[in-house]
Design a protein around this ligand. Structure first.
Ligand SMILES: [Zn+2]
Length: 196
């Protein structure tokens, strides 16, 4: 909300609630003291001002932060589910148990050829599966990190926003108490003057 402040030079300045109690400088050079929040709020605000748009922007930012947090959490959940799935679908090491004796003998004969022997089909298949599984694990990890960062950054932004809103409320209450004290003092002074 913006409020009008009149300068002696005739200019009309627009001030914001959060400027209450501070000093602003008019283009004419005079320094004006912005009244307290209560005084400002008792005035009619300038309709359709920029400050209101600011508040709208802020609310939109909070809405977007919440959306990003939900999106990040969803991505993180998908990555977790992916990790569980990948764990249970990890390739199993080939075993020669259950092979026919003839195959086993052929296999051990081939091993004599040493490291240069061509891979058996089952070995090649296993290596291919391991490579695919590793690639999937990396992609899943990346997805998880993206989800974590997104949700984390959005939560942090929301936390800061909440904290600054709380602080603003506190200063507002303080201002109002001070204002009440001031009006109380003024009333006492005035009644004292009248008695004299
Ligand atoms: Zn002025």
């Amino acid at each position: 909300m913006a409020y009008r402040l009149h300068c002696e030079c005739g200019r009309e300045l627009s001030v914001d609630l959060h400027q209450a109690g501070s000093e602003i400088r008019c283009p004419c050079g005079r320094t004006l003291v912005v009244p307290s929040r209560l005084t400002l709020q008792s005035q009619d605000p300038v309709p359709g001002d920029a400050a209101e748009d600011d508040a709208g922007d802020l609310n939109a930012a909070v809405v977007w932060a919440r959306r990003f947090r939900a999106l990040g959490a969803a991505i993180l959940l998908i990555a977790l589910a992916g990790a569980v799935l990948l764990f249970f679908t990890r390739p199993e090491k080939p075993t020669i148990l259950g092979w026919s004796p003839a195959n086993t003998v052929r296999f051990f004969r081939a091993l004599e050829a040493g490291i240069d022997a061509p891979l058996f089909n089952f070995e090649a298949d296993y290596l291919k599966q391991v490579r695919f599984h590793t690639a999937m694990q990396r992609a899943n990890l990346l997805l998880g990190v993206i989800g974590f960062l997104l949700a984390g950054a959005a939560s942090l932004a929301l936390w800061f926003e909440k904290r600054s809103a709380l602080r603003q409320d506190e200063t507002e209450e303080q201002d109002e108490t001070e204002e009440r004290d001031e009006t109380g003092k003024q009333a006492t002074l005035m009644s004292a003057n009248r008695r004299e």
